[in-house]
Each structure stands twice: as C-alpha cells, then as structure tokens.
Design a protein. Structure first.
Length: 308
C-alpha cells in the first residue's frame, strides 16, 4: 500500500505523544457555554420555553455529554476494531509494514481520543453538577450490523473495515466548528482541537486505504461494497434519538411534549440533508473510484435520499 504516512513526526506531534492533559479551570470558563447552542437542534424549540435558563443549560450540557460519549464508544468499538485488523495484517489488502505500523499509530490516537473525551465529561460533570445520563451505543452498533448482514453477509471483516472508512472520511461540522467557537468552554475547544489535528491524518490514511481496497475487489464484490457504502455513511451520521429523548425527559418535559420536540426538530428531510452534507467527502470518494457508476448502488443512493 502506497499512501501518505499518518504523520512523519507522529512520535513528536501526535496528541497522545505530547499534548498536555486538558484541564477545566473555572475562572477561564466564566461566561462561556459548554457546547455550541447552534449545534443542538432542539434547544430553541418553543416547547422548551418553560424550562428557564438552568433547564436549557442542563440540556446543552447533556448534549455535550452525549457527543463526547459517542466519540469514546465510536473510537474504541468501531474504529479501533478495524485499525487493529489492518495493523495485524488481517485483511486481504497487502498494506505493507509501514502502513501496518501507521494503523497502530491510529489505534493509539483513537484510544487517547476516547480517554480524553471521558476525562473532560467527568470534569464538566463535577463543575456543573449536571449528572451524566447513561449512554447506549448499542443502537448504533445494531444499525451497522444490519447493514453488514444485508450487503456483505459473507464478508464480515470487510464490512467492519468499510465502517471505519465511513467514520474516518466523513467531515462533520462538530469537529470543524467547535475549536473556533469563542463562546464555548476553552477546555472543550482544546480537546476537540486536539482531536481535529489527529483526524486530518486519519482521513488521508483511510481515503487511500479505500482506493487501494476497491482496486483489488472482484466485480461481484464491488457491487456489494458500492451498495453498502451509502448505508454505512447513513449509519455513521444519522443521529440516535434515544439520548435526545432521555435528555428531554430528564429536564422535566412530559413524554408527549418530548416527542413533539423530536418530531419538529429531527424531521426526515432535515436528517437527510445533514447526512448529505457531512457525508459528501465519503460519497465523493465512492464516486471517484467509480462505485456509483454501478446501477444497483445508484438505487441505494436514491432510497436514502443521497442521490444528486
């Protein structure tokens, strides 16, 4: 595999190698919010008018917790599962010794991202006194498993690698916007900024990985992969509404009011537009290799609302 290295100076520049532990200092965060309000679709719904400032702050904090816990689960349960396969040479693609070593660098990066995500959640919980609600990553894994079983039932390890490609090549507005948002806690901006710097290299690695993986697939397997990739992108980016519902209920909303907020703020057309936007790089990668020249794949794009 000929690809750009994760980072020539990884031992010096990677967050896990040299970045300081990011600490929440209350005096630095005075007047700031834990998370960008604009990235929480339900926060301004009229159904929350009676919550007051403290109730809205608690909801915003819960959304922050959910995002960081999602990151910790994703990195360890999905990305590092695939990175370990590449590092151990357990793929059909001959990646070579340098790429295998790079996969372990990514594995180390992602484990550190999970660690500092949980670390900052615990720090925020202590300072804000907003208790962290339980977070269930199970529905996301079940969704990914269903897609794997549907399109690649006899190629489970390949499906797991494609899941990594999907997650590592999408570009969400969360990672790009938070470090630049001066209304947000400094510690949160720093943690997310550390994440962004590492992910730039991961994006390049898995972009190249997919191109070379695709080149080695048989025509029959290309059809299956091309049909599955739009669904993996959708699985990656479509939000799980269970945690949103739990946060609304914990804030004191009645069940019917919580469902009204969710219906209004997470309409299907809004979700599809968000998947198209954040998934454009991954979908463009599939288009680049010719995956979407396959009629069956074009049909899957149409089914999901992702076709141009």
């Amino acid at each position: 595999m000929t690809h750009p290295r994760v980072a020539k100076d990884w031992y010096e520049s990677a967050g896990v190698r040299g970045a300081p532990r990011r600490m929440l200092e209350e005096d630095r965060e005075a007047g700031l919010k834990v998370f960008p309000e604009a990235l929480v679709p339900h926060l301004c719904h009229e159904g929350l008018a009676d919550l007051g400032a403290e109730g809205r702050r608690a909801l915003l904090t819960q959304h922050f917790y959910q995002y960081m816990q999602f990151t910790a689960h994703l990195e360890t349960k999905v990305v590092n599962r695939g990175a370990a396969m590449v590092a151990h040479g357990e793929t059909d693609l001959d990646v070579g010794p340098g790429a295998r070593l790079d996969a372990f660098k990514i594995y180390s990066d992602e484990a550190y991202h999970a660690l500092f995500s949980l670390d900052v959640v615990q720090q925020v919980e202590k300072v804000t006194a907003v208790p962290v609600l339980p977070y269930d990553f199970g529905p996301r894994m079940e969704r990914l498993d269903r897609t794997a079983d549907r399109f690649l039932p006899e190629h489970g390890s390949l499906a797991q690698l494609l899941q990594v490609v999907a997650f590592e090549t999408v570009v969400t507005r969360f990672l790009s916007r938070i470090p630049r948002d001066e209304t947000v806690f400094r510690v949160v901006r720093e943690v997310v900024g550390d994440h962004v710097r590492d992910e730039v290299h991961h994006h390049a690695y898995f972009t190249r990985f997919f191109k070379e993986l695709w080149a080695g697939l048989s025509p029959a397997l290309r059809v299956k992969v091309a049909c599955g990739m739009p669904h993996f992108v959708n699985d990656c980016l479509r939000p799980d509404l269970g945690p949103v519902r739990a946060a609304l209920l914990s804030a004191g909303l009645a069940a019917d009011r919580a469902e009204e907020v969710i219906r209004d703020c997470y309409r299907e057309e809004t979700l599809v537009a968000a998947v198209r936007d954040a998934g454009r790089h991954t979908l463009g990668l599939c288009e680049y290799v010719g995956a979407f020249d396959i009629p069956e794949a074009q049909e899957q794009l149409r089914v999901l609302g992702l076709a141009d």
